[in-house]
Design a protein around this ligand. Structure first.
Ligand SMILES: C[S@@+](CC[C@H](N)C(=O)[O-])C[C@H]1O[C@@H](n2cnc3c(N)ncnc32)[C@H](O)[C@@H]1O
Length: 288
């Protein structure tokens, strides 16, 4: 009991002492700095969270711990661990497997969970252990704020999640209705194609979110997003390096493929890559 109290006390002390320029308010294991930035109005009421939380309309039934745990100790072996055997191997040496990076985007990534007996450093626990690389928020012409790395990130490494409030479709539509062409859009709609149809997950880090909300779109991105499941069926949107990323390079992922709107909401893309399609991808389904 004392240990728990001591731990809680030292955590409170840590939080009281976090650097004022730490975007994560001391909540991530490494501070993520931003200096001399013009923060938009919405940033002043923004609350940092490390991973998804249920927002308005979220189905709480999906939030309970749903998966069984393994009894592997201390680490999991691919041939014997039931979690790995269920969905296949995901990581090797702390990186996403090459065959997943090279295109098996349909593979379900299931990590060991809080019911498992394996250690925190288990080879099947990566996303849940949080951000490892030193990152920095900075400003880019025409794109607003952005995120870059302060150290080299090898291909296949986990960088961060795109985390926010999980909201219902109705709430997503409500939040999108008031957006003008000039507003930044943070709502991400994940469409997962499965045997029973398309499962949609609406993640909005506008008011409550993690550092992933600072990452801009690129038509030739250096990060790729994979849905990862840990304790329940709600996907965590994990961003992995799809190439070696040098120090000070801006991090980017593709917001999607569709730019199928003629609603006047089309927004110019300033990713500046040779592959640029000139417009940001745009999912019209919630902009009715
Ligand atoms: C998730 S936010 C990214 C962080 C944002 N730049 C900020 O300052 O908070 C998405 C918004 O950033 C801007 N953005 C992202 N990528 C862009 C790009 N390639 N070109 C132009 N604007 C971009 C758009 O306004 C978009 O709606």
């Amino acid at each position: 009991m004392n240990v728990v109290v001591d731990f809680a006390f030292s955590r409170i002390m840590e939080l009281c002492m976090y650097d004022v320029n730490d975007f994560t308010e001391g909540l991530e294991s490494n501070p993520i700095y931003y200096e001399n930035l013009q923060l938009s109005k919405s940033m002043k009421t923004f609350k940092y969270i490390c991973s998804n939380i249920p927002g308005p309309g979220c189905n709480m039934d999906n939030y309970v711990e749903q998966f069984c745990g393994c009894n592997c100790r201390p680490n999991c072996e691919p041939i014997s661990c039931p979690c790995i055997k269920q969905q296949g191997l995901n990581y090797q040496n702390g990186r996403l497997l090459e065959n997943i990076i090279c295109g098996d985007s349909s593979k379900a990534i299931l990590e060991c969970n809080s019911k498992c007996s394996c250690v925190r450093a288990c080879s099947n626990k990566l996303v849940q252990n949080g951000i490892k690389y030193k990152l920095e928020v900075f400003t880019v012409k025409n794109k607003g704020l952005a995120l870059r790395t302060l150290e080299t990130i090898p291909r296949g490494s986990f960088v961060c999640e795109y985390a926010g409030e999980i909201v219902s479709e109705e709430e997503a539509i409500k939040r999108s209705k008031n957006l003008t062409k000039d507003d930044m859009n943070y709502l991400f709609i994940l469409n997962e194609h499965c045997a029973s149809g398309i499962i949609q997950t609406f993640i909005d880090p506008k008011y409550k979110g993690n550092i992933g909300r600072m990452i801009n779109h690129s038509c030739d991105p250096n990060l790729t997003m994979y849905p990862v499941r840990i304790n329940n069926s709600i996907p965590r949107l994990a961003l992995f390096a799809n190439t070696d990323i040098e120090r000070l390079v801006e991090l980017s992922f593709s917001y999607g493929t569709s730019s199928n709107c003629d609603t006047g909401n089309k927004k110019a893309c300033y990713c500046g890559t040779a592959m640029c399609t000139n417009y940001l991808p745009f999912d019209t389904s919630v902009f009715l």
